[in-house]
Design a protein around this ligand. Structure first.
Ligand code: 13P
Ligand code: SF4
Length: 307
């Protein structure tokens, strides 16, 4: 039996739902039950009837699954796969801003730790941030930790006052305006599809700004023949499968999230076999963190809106 056949056998035998983010390796995307953006994966993890979820992603994704589904066992191929941006804001930052701005709403990107989710009012992903923030009563918003996504949403909701924390994604930061301009010069007929984690100077050059799912859906509605992709390289797998004959060029060849790539096929096989890499969380922390994720799912429910 090949490793892929063995993975399929084990996941069926053990009733495991395999979720994978678009930034994981191609081989991992082929064996997943669901491949998606952070929002879709969070919904699938919460709604699944499977007793075990194998989450091929980074720490905050596995943590979110535990927070919303404490009755399920959440496995990860590599428990060290983490998102550096998730650690760029502290509970002390939140306390300081709350003290200075009574009534401010603390809006926390899902790329954050459970401790931060515990002191936020609501979580968002790049798919639903605009919808969720618009639905809040508060006029003042403290957006944490991603300054680039925060500023992008602030431009869409000028009637609210935003204070953005200064976190960022080091992977998307590699997509500079200079690289985007060079890609446009090399492919003048191509539209630029960009993730909102990119820096403002690059975002200013985009034809479309959206989550990974938004980027992958865009060519279907647009009907174009070539695109410059300004996000992590893993999305190329879904794009090429879905749009044979369409050309995709990376804005930056080094836009690769090494943490997402820790989820190798071999590690998926090992953890399915041994069930030894279990995401755990203190129950008190889990309870304190769940309101912000539940509020996101409530406010963003029904249709997904791609920002
Ligand atoms: P989305 O999947 O929500 O587009 O987010 C991208 C990302 O950086 C996940 O870490
Ligand atoms: Fe974090 Fe950036 Fe990797 Fe996403 S791509 S997990 S934001 S480091």
């Amino acid at each position: 039996m090949t490793m892929i056949e063995e993975i399929k056998r084990l996941k069926q035998e053990k009733n495991v739902l395999i979720l994978a983010h678009y930034y994981t390796e191609d081989a991992v995307q082929t064996i997943a039950d669901v491949v998606g953006d952070s929002y879709l994966l969070s919904k699938k993890a919460a709604a699944s009837k499977a007793s075990t979820i194998l989450f091929c992603g980074v720490e905050f994704m596995g943590e979110s699954a535990v927070i919303l589904s404490p009755e399920k066992r959440v496995l990860m191929p590599d428990l060290s796969a983490d998102c550096p941006m998730a650690h760029m804001v502290t509970p002390e930052d939140v306390a300081r801003v709350r003290a200075a701005h009574p009534g401010i709403a603390v809006v926390c990107y899902i790329n954050s730790t459970a401790e931060i989710k515990a002191c936020a009012d609501v979580c968002v992903t790049s798919s639903n941030a605009e919808r969720v923030v618009k639905a809040l009563d508060a006029q003042e918003i403290y957006f944490i930790p991603d300054a680039n996504l925060g500023r992008h949403i602030a431009e869409k909701i000028p009637e609210k006052t935003f204070y953005c924390h200064d976190g960022y994604c080091p992977v998307h930061a590699k997509i500079t305006a200079e690289k985007v301009m060079a890609a446009k010069a090399a492919h003048p007929g191509a539209k630029v599809l960009m993730h909102p984690e990119c820096v403002p100077e690059a975002l200013a050059l985009a034809d479309y700004i959206g989550s990974t799912s938004g980027i992958i859906d865009f060519p279907e509605k647009d009907g174009g023949g070539e695109y410059i992709i300004a996000t992590e390289a893993g999305v190329l797998y879904a794009l090429k499968n879905r749009y044979p004959g369409v050309s995709f060029y990376m804005a930056s060849e080094d836009c690769i999230c090494e943490d997402m790539k820790k989820n190798s096929l071999e590690k998926v096989y090992e953890v399915l076999k041994n069930a030894d890499k279990v995401m755990t969380m203190d129950e008190g922390l889990r309870k304190r963190a769940e309101h912000s994720l539940k509020a996101m799912h409530r406010l963003a429910s029904q249709e997904v809106q791609h920002v």
